[in-house]
Design a protein around this ligand. Structure first.
Ligand code: ZN
Ligand code: ZN
Length: 365
């Protein structure tokens, strides 16, 4: 039996919008945070000023002079800014909504216990996901209040983590795994609970480079839905990391779809690693095999020698206009290197172009 929607009205609004037009997802969070040139003290705020969380200790001791807690640098821990500089994260959401984005992604890409372990902040998973979703929710609600004709949706983002379940990081021990399926599923369950509590409209398993990690995420999401007795729409977005057009775990876009279609996602797509031009053939393949919506949020080209991204809003919009006119797109946006200017150009260029029609595919008996 299929579980009912948690927010039936929101799910219906999203369906209606997808039937009507190509929806635009926001652009990069990291690129926008970089513009602020934040220092260690910005990342730490008051709560983490001493290099650990003053509100928490694993064994319940009261922090004090010489309590021995390790001081951990937090610079680069962008998800922590949800708690320490919520003003900046809210401004970024607002800038993308002002650019015309229909959907904004939560600042939770690394908010799993596995990724937060690098900062000794595993205990923050639920809080970061809940507060990250709540910040995006508030921004979307404010935008909707200004213009009732355009619904705005919060995508609760579940990132890939820094570990792969199907590959060994050690060439001398091919059977070794740095993380197990069960560990990943547990990490994703916690994150999913937080995103739902914070008010996400839908969930996205994003930047998938290892299909087994995505399976763990989808398994965890289902567990949480079962526990709660209701569900949200779920989308999946993979990443082509290899010149031969495969994910890190070796799958083509087509194999990626067939591995995950059992989850019946609202959309399947590709993001990151490549610019629009190099993603084009893989989006095309997905569009031929997938009987669901297609999403695509490329980087602003390939990284340059300095790790930056050079494609202008006009460059990207021109390429994505061609995708749209070829009938490939239901959802489109930007990943690394994209800004509100890129998103505004994409909004402009896909306006009035019909969304891809989901094919009804013959299913072999
Ligand atoms: Zn302490
Ligand atoms: Zn990216």
């Amino acid at each position: 039996m299929t579980l009912p929607w948690r927010h039936p009205h929101r799910a219906a609004l999203l369906d209606a919008a997808l039937a009507q037009r190509i929806l635009v997802i926001d652009g990069a969070m990291g690129t926008m945070i970089q513009r602020h040139e934040l220092q260690e003290s910005d990342y730490r705020g008051e709560r983490f000023a001493q290099g650990f969380d003053v509100l928490f200790s694993a064994d319940g001791h009261a922090h004090g002079e010489g309590c021995g807690c390790p001081v951990q640098d937090q610079r680069g821990n962008n998800d922590l800014l949800t708690l320490t500089r919520p003003d900046i994260i809210r401004d970024i959401h607002d800038a993308y909504l002002d650019a015309g984005a229909d959907l904004v992604e939560t600042n939770t890409f690394n908010s799993t216990s596995i990724s937060l372990a690098d900062y000794h902040l595993q205990h923050l998973v639920r809080e970061l996901n809940r507060e990250g979703a709540a910040l995006a929710r508030a921004a979307c609600d404010a935008a909707e209040a200004r213009d009732h004709t355009q619904p705005r949706f919060v995508i609760g983002v579940l990132g890939p983590t820094s570990r792969t379940a199907s590959l060994s990081p050690d060439v001398n021990r091919p059977g070794f795994r740095a993380v197990s399926f069960d560990e990943l599923a547990e990490a994703y369950r916690e994150a999913t609970h937080g995103l739902i509590e914070g008010g996400a409209d839908l969930l996205m398993v994003e930047t998938v480079f290892d299909t087994l990690n995505a399976k763990a995420a989808l398994f965890a999401i289902d567990d949480v839905f079962e526990e709660l007795g209701h569900r949200l729409p779920v989308t999946i977005s993979g990443t082509i990391t290899d010149a031969s057009g495969r994910t890190l775990s070796g799958q083509t876009a087509e194999a990626f779809w067939y591995s995950l279609r059992h989850a019946r996602p609202l959309a399947i797509g590709l993001n990151c690693a490549l610019g629009a031009k190099d993603l084009r053939p893989h989006v095309d393949v997905l569009g031929q095999v997938a009987d669901t919506h297609i999403s695509c949020h490329p980087n602003a080209g390939l990284p340059n020698a300095f790790g930056g991204y050079d494609e202008t809003p006009e460059d990207m919009a021109t390429m994505l206009r061609e995708f749209a006119e070829a009938g490939l797109l239901n959802l489109v946006g930007g990943c690394c290197g994209t800004t509100p200017e890129h998103i505004a150009a994409i909004v402009e260029t896909v306006r009035g172009v019909a969304p891809r029609v989901i094919p009804s595919l013959e299913v072999a008996a």
